[in-house]
Write a protein that binds this ligand. Structure first.
Ligand SMILES: Nc1ncnc2c1ncn2[C@@H]1O[C@H](COP(=O)(O)OP(=O)(O)OP(=O)(O)O)[C@@H](O)[C@H]1O
Ligand SMILES: [Mg+2]
Length: 383
């Protein structure tokens, strides 16, 4: 899939924009603070119904305006006659109206399956370096894109967890907890929905693992890389079994047992200490956790490898080519690895690349289909 046409009205710093794109690689050049990330964010919104940098819809609306419109035409590589028009109107107070091919839709999911995308941003470093929630969000974000029912499963789990946590806070002793039938009901539901989340994550991790190792060992040829899924109840024991076939065996029983085993800990911590909301994954480079021991460049290459893994997983599962949005990520890599990244993605997908600095581009073998300059909240096509 690819984006043919984008029209923005009162979106962030853009009063009005109307741009046409080819299927290949598109360069967006501009100084700091001109609107490069805003442009990629708008494409990401059309693709996913979400901004990659804020959860507040109001922030997307131009400061002097009370509404914003995003309109796009997407095309398919496989079927030339297949065009979709998506129109989104955002208003303050989380108001959203969506039209697909001129028909009104009620839910975001009605347009989020049309144009898959993967955004690479300097913030992705957080997936590797920052806390476990960043890694869980990375996995769950991909699963949201692949399985229409996954966001619902997550929401359900979150609700049950909140209920269990508030019940746990009101129980004084383990003896009181043991006979509590409401707690038993929450535990059963935690296991039911939690195991669904874990199973999907393990399945995805198995797919990603192969790809990430392949990319990392390509970026760092003399290193060996390994990845493990870390269960909340097995943090100390990075068993190699984590991603093998039998990792899922007896999952429900194990989860149920761990909830019971950790009951007194949960009561004293006043929260639920086991479950997918506490899981993580770890990347080892030459046997050491990249989060603590990797160099800045290795961590950056790992975050890019994760995103390339996402790209491969989406392509395979959705049977569509995602659009790539590369927000100033090339400039973060050394020349050799810039070339490697370009070689992996070049000309296979429609790719938007933003940069403040064009000096290194001549050295990279990229054929740009369109070039645009962003300046003073306007975008003009350049040669
Ligand atoms: N809702 C909004 N309305 C109007 N302007 C906004 C809004 N939100 C952000 N801006 C402005 O958009 C400008 C451009 O932001 P953006 O992050 O896209 O720049 P950039 O070109 O990616 O810069 P950099 O190279 O520093 O990453 C910011 O200076 C900010 O003031
Ligand atoms: Mg930016």
């Amino acid at each position: 899939m690819y984006l043919k046409k984008l029209e923005l009205k009162n979106y962030r710093n853009y009063g009005y924009l109307d741009l046409n794109f080819g299927k290949g690689t598109i360069l967006i050049i501009g100084d700091n603070g001109q609107g490069k990330t805003n442009l990629l964010e708008s494409i990401h919104y059309i693709s996913t119904g979400k901004s990659h940098r804020t959860s507040s819809q109001d922030e997307l609306i131009g400061w002097d305006s009370d509404y914003s419109v995003l309109r796009s035409t997407t095309g398919s590589d496989k079927d030339k006659n297949l065009n979709n028009m998506i129109e989104i109107e955002l208003r303050h107070g989380n108001n959203i109206k969506v039209k697909v091919d001129k028909v009104y839709y009620r839910k975001k999911t009605d347009f989020t399956s049309i144009l898959p995308s993967v955004i690479f941003s300097p913030d992705d470093l957080k997936i590797v370096k920052a806390g476990p929630s960043n890694r869980r969000n990375f996995l769950d974000g991909i699963l949201d894109k692949i399985y229409g029912d996954f966001p619902g499963t997550r929401l359900q789990y979150q609700k049950i967890l909140t209920q269990r946590n508030s019940l746990i806070k009101s129980i004084r002793s383990t003896a009181d907890a043991r006979g509590n039938s409401t707690l038993e009901a929450w535990d059963d539901n935690m296991v039911k929905y939690g195991a669904r989340i874990i199973r999907k994550r393990l399945y995805l991790m198995k797919e990603l693992r192969k790809k990430i190792i392949e990319y990392m060992e390509y970026f760092f040829i003399s290193s060996t890389v390994e990845i493990f899924y870390v269960f909340s109840w097995d943090r100390e024991n990075l068993s190699a079994n984590n991603l093998t076939e039998n990792a899922e065996e007896g999952l429900e029983e194990k989860f149920c047992l761990k909830l019971k085993k950790n009951l007194s800990k949960d009561l004293s911590c006043k929260t639920t200490t086991v479950g997918p909301h506490r899981d993580d994954f770890v990347i080892l480079i030459d046997g050491r956790d990249i989060r603590s021991f990797g160099s800045q460049g290795q961590q950056r290459a790992a975050s890019i490898s994760l995103k390339l893994g996402e790209l491969a997983a989406l392509k395979e599962k959705l049977k569509k080519d995602p659009v790539l949005l590369l927000d100033d990520v090339l400039s973060e890599l050394d020349m050799e690895r810039k070339k490697m990244l370009v070689k992996i993605i070049n000309n296979k997908f429609q790719t938007f690349i933003t940069t403040t600095n064009i000096s290194y581009l001549n050295e990279l073998d990229i054929e740009f289909e369109n070039k645009f300059l962003v300046k003073d909240s306007k975008i003009i096509a350049i040669k």
